[in-house]
Structures are given as C-alpha cells and as structure tokens.
Design a protein around this ligand. Structure first.
Ligand code: GRF
Length: 199
C-alpha cells in the first residue's frame, strides 16, 4: 500500500514512441510512482501503438481530421481521459498543438518534452534546426504546456554538446538518450508535487 493515491498518467504520442517506452519502463521499475492509464495516439499505425500493446498499456487511437473541429476532437479525447481517471498528461512526441478544451480540463497538468534548449528552436525540427545553425550546444527541455508552440514554464533542461564530427543522426541519438533519462525524472518530480497537493 502506498501512502498516496497513485497518480494516473496518459501519454500522448504520434510516432515512434521511444519516450513513451522509457516512461513505461520507469514506471515498471518503480522509478516513477504513477500508473500508466492510457496511451492517446493521433496517428493510426504509429509504432508507439505496437510498443503499447507489448507493454500491456491500454491505447486509444484517433483520426483528428475526421472531427468537425479541434474542440470536438479534444472533447472525445477528454471523455477517454475521464473514463480512465487520468490526473496528468504527458506529451511525448505528440505532433499537435493542445487546444483550449484539454488545457482547461488539465491546468498545469500537461507536460511536454522538446529536443532543444527552449526558447531556442521550437517547432517540429528542433534537432535539425540546431544542427543546421552550427551551434556548439543544444539539448532537451521539459516544460508545462500552454496554448503556444513549445512555450510554457520550463521544468528542466539538459545540455547536449554538438561535436565537430556529429551528424544529424548521431546528434539525434544523443538527444534521445538524454530524453529517456530526463523525462521520467521530471515526471516523478511532478507526481510528487501533485501527491503533496492531494494530501
Ligand atoms: C522527441 O525527440 C521529443 O522530444 C519530441 O518528439 C520526439 C519523439 O520521439 N517532442 P519518440 O516518439 O518518443 O521516439
């Protein structure tokens, strides 16, 4: 028996899902004190769904363009989150801007991981943009989500050096390795804070 109610997480992802898997494994190892209640995927056929099946995580997939509006789509997502009693949303490669419906339902309870040192290089191509700019360092940011694109208060950042012999591929590998360590740690910190608030 734990002292606190377990915090229930939903991970939102659109693609490969390596961060989803890192979070799921950290939960299984007991390093993150939460329950992975749901994977929300907006891309039918994404590899993250295969990972979820293997790990036994319930998943729901949507095709957002079949909804009349973003609000309609998010209302449907919200119904699933409520049914799964989700406390905290974790965006892990979710390639969509979160709208008002979800932001209102989960104030300061949506976090995102981004592959750059925000506010530098927001958007879809954070790794490539930093590499092309020939900067000496880039990194990883975990932040609270607001209505902007990769804005919102920063919770943690870690730097990754870009060495002269790096390629986009090698840089991507280094960044992902940092993400897989940093994200579960920050999620655990957020969970602890939420548990304190619940006491
Ligand atoms: C990560 O680099 C994350 O920072 C960004 O999207 C990528 C997702 O990778 N938001 P994966 O699907 O977790 O492997």
């Amino acid at each position: 028996m734990t002292k606190h109610q377990p915090i229930r997480l939903a991970v939102f992802a659109s693609g490969n899902g390596s961060n989803f898997e890192a979070v799921a494994q950290s939960i299984q190892k007991g390093e993150v004190d939460g329950e992975l209640a749901l994977l929300v995927c907006d891309q039918p056929g994404a590899f993250v769904l295969t990972r979820a099946e293997k790990l036994g995580v319930p998943a729901v997939t949507f095709t957002p363009k079949t909804f009349e509006s973003k609000a309609d789509y998010e209302r449907e997502v919200l119904a699933h989150l409520e049914e799964a009693k989700v406390d905290l949303i974790v965006l892990a490669g979710y390639m969509r801007i979160v709208g008002k419906t979800l932001l209102k339902a989960y104030p300061e309870r949506i976090i995102n991981i981004h592959p750059s040192l925000l506010p530098s290089y927001p958007g879809r191509q954070g790794i490539v943009d930093a590499f092309m700019d020939k900067v000496e360092q880039t990194g990883v940011t975990v932040h609270l989500v607001d209505e902007g694109v990769d804005t919102g208060p920063v919770l943690a950042q870690e730097t990754v050096a870009i060495e002269p012999d790096d390629t986009i591929d090698s840089l991507e590998r280094k960044i992902h390795a940092v993400e897989h360590e940093l994200f579960p740690k920050v999620i655990q910190k957020v969970i602890k804070k939420l548990q304190k608030e619940h006491v």
